[in-house]
Design a protein around this ligand. Structure first.
Ligand code: GAR
Length: 216
């Protein structure tokens, strides 16, 4: 089966983007990263992508009169590059229903919580405030409601008494870098099916979609 062609959308430093690029450089990875698009001209991830030899583009949301005009410009860039699947990696713009439908089941996101808990921003602060004992991250297909959609992979980390938002974010981010490439591998290899808005993973494989990281 031919490799799937992937575009990554970023807004910032792009550490998840780098994890995807690194994974995709392995000979047996079933996807190629074709293009990185940022909505912010100064996103740190742009230089990292260029260093890794990946084509980049800026589509600055400030240049467009509406969200839909912006989403159409991003889609045009992705399609010009032959992109088939889109990964959101710290992309901090709300996408229109038009975009979400255009890329339905070909658009995945990473979110720093165990969804459906803690949708939205400041997830680590809110997890600490709520006193949860496990926290983590999720990769999911994107639907129109923010941070919702069929879950592909999750990793859980223990919350420690001494954690603050930064220490917790650091441990969760390490796991983001593990499960995002894992989820893309599953999706690009055609093993993921969405049935009744839940993900089923078919075929034999080495990649469990749920990881639990023991307390250190
Ligand atoms: C990551 O923690 C990602 O999960 C989060 O932003 C960070 C981006 O970091 N995404 C969201 O909160 C989306 N709702 P990165 O640019 O280093 O990948």
């Amino acid at each position: 089966m031919a490799n799937k062609q992937v575009g990554i959308l970023i807004s910032g430093r792009g550490s998840n983007m780098s994890a995807l690029i690194a994974a995709a450089s392995a000979a047996d990875f079933p996807a190629d990263i074709r293009l990185v698009v940022s909505n912010r001209p100064h996103a740190g991830g742009l230089a990292k992508a260029a260093e890794a030899g990946i084509a980049t583009a800026v589509v600055d949301h400030k240049d467009y009169p509406s969200r839909e005009a912006f989403d159409k410009a991003v889609t045009a860039k992705l399609e010009e590059a032959g992109v088939e699947f889109v990964c959101l990696a710290g992309f901090m713009r709300l996408l229109t229903p038009w975009f979400v439908e255009r890329w339905r089941d070909r658009l995945i996101n990473i979110h720093p919580s165990l969804l459906p808990s803690f949708k939205g921003l400041d997830t680590h602060e809110r997890a600490l405030e709520a006193g949860v004992k496990v926290h983590g991250c999720s990769v999911h297909f994107v639907r129109s409601d923010v941070d919702s959609g069929p879950i592909i992979a999750q990793a859980a980390v223990a919350v420690l008494d001494e954690d603050d938002a930064d220490s917790l974010a650091t441990r969760v981010l390490e796991q983001e870098h593990v499960i995002y490439p894992l989820a893309l591998r599953l999706v690009a290899s055609g093993r993921v099916r969405v049935i009744d808005e839940r993900v089923e993973i078919g075929g034999a494989g080495d990649a469990p979609p749920a990881l639990v990281v023991p307390a250190v």
